[in-house]
Write a protein that binds this ligand. Structure first.
Ligand code: ZN
Length: 504
């Protein structure tokens, strides 16, 4: 089978297609024209003469999973830390993200894209930071990696004009004068310069499967002028806005100290909250915040793996769904999750809802988790009319699972099995836009041995360059690691930690 069909038509025969609503997988043939599904029908569906035939016998077909929140720079930082809160991870950023060349940016995006497609994910919302400001070259290098792998992405330069140490009230004062001087040297470019770079990239963006968006990283890490500039850019170019809102309790406490309101209320006041707006995490949103997001048609990218890994707590997904918030599912970056496995993310979304209390009706169903990881994420990416479902008119982004894999023996309820049983090991083939990207468990577009060699060379080089930043992290760790948990113990009307009692 050719990886690039010459004939405009492809016919997929003999597979079983997941029907989420009916919780079954019935035999179906899929006719594809170019990159789009033309028709879905019973076995034996007519196809134009000469169409490329794909044999999907013993395969379960489901829409490509969509990662609603990741960070491509994180892939080179995979597995670098253990006891990291969000605040410690942000402190470690100059160490884990330092010394990056243009080639590293490309490489890091390619590692993540390769992992995602091998694990059944066909599109991602990628928030990619460059320090001290984004560049057209950097964004283009990352987009090129996605295009070479053959994956879709919405790439959002992740930006800030206030450093983490300035954003958390009282933290800077806790540092010794020597440490204060050190952290002050990690300064972002002024917001006007950052905005000019984003504008430049948005003006002439040549990529097709990779689109741009705008990501003011964390509301209180951005001045209000900068948030407004981000809002205006998103309006002008009709692109998404994505921000980490209320990911940790520390952020919410800092937000109240700075604004006197919740973070979501502050962003709404500046006009950022609309149907193109995605909140990453939203663990510490309260009922009013959720209602506000729902009323505006906004989305939340739910990342249960990251929320547990960084000790941020358990998001109230039932509360979000009840408030009509669109919920997508993400993995978050590999420096804090540490894989890019959307099957695992769905499974954790289900499990995380089930440890929050005894009321079964508040738990997330497998159907809701699967819809969130497909249709919900698609809407967060702004691509819900093109991807997230397998229907005529939608892009042919199809995952083929091996029904002879042990995960599917026996095959009972396919929706339950996709969320609770599948872990990515049964992924046999992956089609994106009518093109096979993974076939017979092999990535067709990238040589993984070469990728490994490049990643190792990069690691060795950066380990040397970032040694001073690592030393600095070790000095800061003691201060941040005690000051921030202190803030997180402040009284608040929202409770999201797994245990209600703190141990002292
Ligand atoms: Zn994130």
């Amino acid at each position: 089978m050719a990886s690039k069909p010459k004939h405009p038509y492809t016919i997929v025969r003999g597979g079983k297609l997941v029907d989420i609503a009916k919780r079954r997988a019935a035999p179906a043939d899929i006719l594809i024209k170019g990159d789009t599904i033309a028709e879905i029908g019973r076995p034996g569906l007519a196809a134009p003469a000469g169409a490329t035939v794909i044999d999907a016998k013993y395969r379960l077909m489901h829409p490509g999973l969509i990662n609603a929140h990741t960070h491509s720079p994180g892939n080179l930082g995979k597995g670098m830390g253990d006891l990291w809160s969000l605040e410690l991870l942000l402190t470690a950023s100059p160490w884990i993200n330092g010394g990056r060349t243009l080639e590293d940016k490309y490489l890091s995006a390619m590692i993540g894209a390769a992992e995602m497609v091998l694990k059944g994910c066909t599109a991602a919302y990628d928030l990619a930071a460059e320090f001290p400001l984004p560049s057209v070259d950097g964004l283009s290098a990352m987009a090129k990696a996605y295009e070479e792998v053959g994956m879709r992405a919405v790439l959002a330069p992740m930006v800030a004009d206030i450093t983490f140490f300035e954003a958390i009230p009282g933290l800077m004062e806790r540092l010794s004068p020597a440490l204060q001087k050190e952290v002050e040297s990690f300064r972002y470019a002024p917001w006007k310069a950052i905005t000019r770079q984003m504008d430049k990239a948005l003006q002439k963006w040549p990529f097709d499967k990779v689109m741009l968006a705008v990501a003011p990283t964390i509301p209180h890490h951005c001045s209000d002028d900068f948030l407004i500039a981000c809002r205006n850019l998103a309006r002008e170019y009709e692109v998404g806005i994505h921000s980490h809102v209320a990911e940790s309790k520390v952020q919410v406490v800092a937000g109240y100290k700075r604004y006197g309101t919740s973070l979501a209320a502050h962003m709404d006041g500046l006009g950022l909250v609309n149907e193109r707006f995605t909140v990453a995490h939203g663990v510490w949103l309260d009922d009013e915040d959720m209602k506000r997001l729902g009323d505006r048609g906004a989305s939340v990218a739910h990342n249960p793996g990251s929320n547990m890994r960084l000790g941020n707590g358990l998001a109230d997904v039932r509360g979000m769904l009840s408030a009509a918030v669109n919920v997508g599912i993400g993995t978050d970056g590999a420096s804090c999750s540490d894989n890019q496995n959307m099957y695992e993310a769905m499974r954790l979304a289900s499990f995380a809802s089930k440890v929050q209390g005894p009321d079964v009706e508040r738990w997330v169903t497998t159907e809701e988790a699967l819809r969130a990881a497909t249709e919900g994420s698609a809407r967060a990416l702004g691509l819900h009319k093109q991807i997230g479902r397998l229907l005529p008119g939608y892009k042919a982004d199809i995952v083929f699972l091996d029904l002879h894999h042990i995960n599917w023996i026996p095959t009972n309820d396919p929706v339950n099995a996709l969320v609770h049983t599948e872990d990515g090991t049964a992924v046999h083939s992956v089609m994106i836009g009518g093109r096979m990207v993974v076939e017979d468990r092999k990535l067709l577009t990238v040589d993984l041995a070469k990728l490994a060699a490049k990643a190792e060379a990069s690691r060795v080089r950066r380990e040397k360059i970032t040694a001073p930043a690592k030393k600095l992290y070790e000095r800061l760790e003691k201060v941040v690691g005690t000051f921030c948990p202190g803030l997180a113990k402040a009284p608040l009307h929202i409770h999201r930690f797994g245990a209600s009692h703190h141990h002292h």
